[in-house]
Each structure stands twice: as C-alpha cells, then as structure tokens.
Design a protein. Structure first.
Length: 208
C-alpha cells in the first residue's frame, strides 16, 4: 500500500484513494477487501503521504460518528480530504460533523450501494438503488456525486451538472474512457487504476 501511494505521488496524481475499514481491535486500517493486524493503519498511511497529495477516503464500513473522517481531516485539513461512502445514513452524519469542524469538506454518496448478502431481495434492491440514485442523493444531502463511469455517461453526469454538484467517476481504466472523462468538464475527480496512463492522456481529446 505504501509503495502504491509513493508511485501515485511520484507520477503526479492529485488525489490518492485508500479503502478504509476497521480492524478487529477497532483501529482504522487500509485494505481493499479485508484488513488485519498486518494491514497499514490509516494513521500510518496519512503520515507517509504527508503534504505530497490529497487523500480520497473511501469508507468501506459505516462511520456514523465521523471518527475515521475526523482522523484524516485532523491530520491533513478539510481541503486535502475527500470522503465517499455507500452508507446513505452516514452522509448526513458526516456532513453535520463537518459543519462544525471541517467546512467545505466534500462528502460523496456512492451510487454503488452496499449489498445485503444472502437475500435476493436485498441484492435486487441494492441494484435498483445503484442505477436510480436520485432519491438517495437528495435524502442524504451529499455534495459530491460518486458514480460508475458508465452510469455517469448515460445520465448521471448530466443530472449532477444541472444541480451544480461535483462529480467523481470510477473506475476509469480504458484509454477511450480516460480520454473522455479526463477532458469532460463535468468530472471533478476521475478514479483509475492506471494513473500513469491517465496523466499521459490528460489533455488528449477523445479519438486523438
């Protein structure tokens, strides 16, 4: 993980994304799927990042009291942290905290809603909510739209722009898609697994 942070920063990435979960001991740690005592803590990653880039904090578990967010903002400042979550109820809680502690913090609701495993009704409901997120966005009060790039292309980028909301699109890896979104003024943040290629294609028109 620390090597990936170094690589992204060295390439000139503006924002470094980390997936955050709690270990069994309650400590916030960084890991895409699972975390354990060998996983780097969020505090360690933040210290390692220093002032070299901003941090995209993707919360993979609920943070209803904004304790994880507070840890990141306390170390980096609200202007160097972006928060995303698929937990609808967490967005207003984090935004309420930010009102008093971190004005201007961007808090986004991901259109990819967390699935209730083992229940087909839960899975179906999550899928519908992911593709038709407007009601969720309005109810949560999110001030950042977080969308899969295909959904954004079909209609959600237009919806966000009409409401003056910034847009984060994920995960954009194909050259054609990178050209499109890196040069689309509606996209505030483009998330990719290929930062080197993204930086090469920034400013290169689609089809160029």
């Amino acid at each position: 993980m620390l090597a990936a942070v170094d690589s992204a920063v060295a390439l000139g990435a503006d924002l470094v994304e980390v997936d955050v979960r709690r270990r069994a001991d309650g400590v916030a740690a960084v890991g895409h799927d699972l975390v354990d005592h060998d996983s780097p803590t969020l505090a360690h990653v933040i210290e390692h990042l220093g002032d070299r880039a901003a941090l995209h904090l993707d919360l993979k578990e609920p943070d209803p009291h904004a304790t994880i967010v507070a840890e990141a903002v306390g170390a980096l400042g609200p202007d160097r942290v972006v928060v995303t979550t698929s937990e609808d109820a967490d967005v207003p809680a984090i935004r309420t905290w930010a009102t008093g502690h971190a004005p201007g913090l961007l808090v986004g609701l991901s259109t990819s809603r967390r699935v209730v495993h083992g229940r087909w009704t839960g899975r179906a409901g999550a899928r519908i909510a992911s593709w038709l997120p407007r009601t969720r966005m309005r109810r949560s009060g999110a001030d950042l739209v977080v969308s899969h790039h295909l959904l954004a292309r079909w209609w959600l980028a237009r919806w966000a722009a009409k409401r003056g909301l910034p847009l984060l699109v994920w995960t954009v890896d194909e050259d054609t898609d990178l050209r499109r979104w890196l040069n689309d003024p509606r996209a505030t943040i483009v998330t990719t697994n290929r930062p080197a290629r993204a930086l090469e294609l920034r400013g290169v028109a689609e089809g160029g």
